[in-house]
Design a protein around this ligand. Structure first.
Ligand code: ADP
Ligand code: ADP
Length: 228
């Protein structure tokens, strides 16, 4: 079944830059999607529509058959988790534990459930032992993992990551790939935006190539092997 459907989406920024020019695609539940395209193609703008951070100016986005509406709706933030490219935009509390508990607290969960989720999420990304540390003492890769944990703790069915491997060293990349594999095993739908064709070819089962605010190609990983 499709978990996300994007239909005829257009988006123009207030300065007149047209970032999306009629984008349509659908994503199967449980799939690993890589969105590829050059800088400025519209990937980030598109991703921001998947959890309601941008609202469609024209066209529609739906999650599990439910359309993301004109006003900010809480359900979609819980259904679709967003990991930004730069963890400094996402990790800001005074300890790692506090940071990861931010989402579950906002969801209004009870404290036993919050503790349980934060602990599980920190274990999942290998950062449990850092739980009392201030995030600004961590390396870039560790902050990235804390940012991912903060999303995991909300237990979304879909996780969107903008350039998850950017600025990571090889071991940091491997850790993130392992986390993504683990999430895939658990049935979570994962969508990443990347410039990295090799990563996409190796990791994804669904490739969407975006350019100039349009979908150039949409299909399986054979799209990339044919091009090489
Ligand atoms: P895009 O979505 O097009 O990749 P971003 O707004 O995320 O653009 O980033 C713009 C540019 O800023 C990036 O292409 C990169 O050159 C630089 N940049 C972003 N985050 C970092 C970072 N943490 N460290 C160094 N450079 C960065
Ligand atoms: P990508 O993530 O593929 O690099 P973006 O979605 O960031 O692409 O950008 C798509 C287009 O929208 C680019 O032309 C970019 O310069 C423009 N853009 C992105 N963010 C803004 C903004 N806040 N205001 C104006 N134009 C923007």
């Amino acid at each position: 079944a499709y978990i996300i459907k994007v239909k005829d989406l257009f988006f123009t920024y207030s300065d007149g830059t047209r970032a999306l020019n009629g984008v349509s695609f659908a994503i199967e539940e449980g799939s690993r999607v890589a969105m590829l395209g050059p800088n400025g193609a519209g990937k980030s703008t598109l991703l921001l529509h998947l959890n309601g951070l941008h609202l469609p100016q024209q066209g529609s986005v739906s999650v599990r058959g439910r359309e993301i509406g004109k006003k900010t709706e809480k359900w979609v933030r819980t259904a679709v988790g967003m990991v930004f490219q730069d963890p400094d935009n996402q990790v800001f509390s005074s300890t790692v534990w506090e940071d990861v508990s931010f989402g579950p607290i906002n969801m209004g969960l009870n404290s036993a459930e919050i503790n349980n989720r934060v602990s599980k999420a920190l274990h999942a990304v290998g950062m449990y032992e850092y739980k009392e540390k201030p995030p600004y003492h961590l390396s870039y890769g560790q902050k990235k993992r804390v940012a991912i944990a903060g999303i995991l703790a909300m237990e979304p069915g879909v996780i969107v990551l903008d350039e998850p491997m950017a600025y990571l060293d090889p071991s940091g990349k491997e850790q993130v790939v392992n986390i993504l594999d683990d999430l895939h095993q658990r049935g979570i739908t994962i969508i990443i935006a990347t410039h990295d064709v090799d990563l996409a070819a190796e990791w994804a089962d669904h490739i969407i190539i975006v350019k100039d605010g349009r979908v150039l190609a949409n299909g399986g990983s054979e799209l990339l092997t044919q091009k090489k």
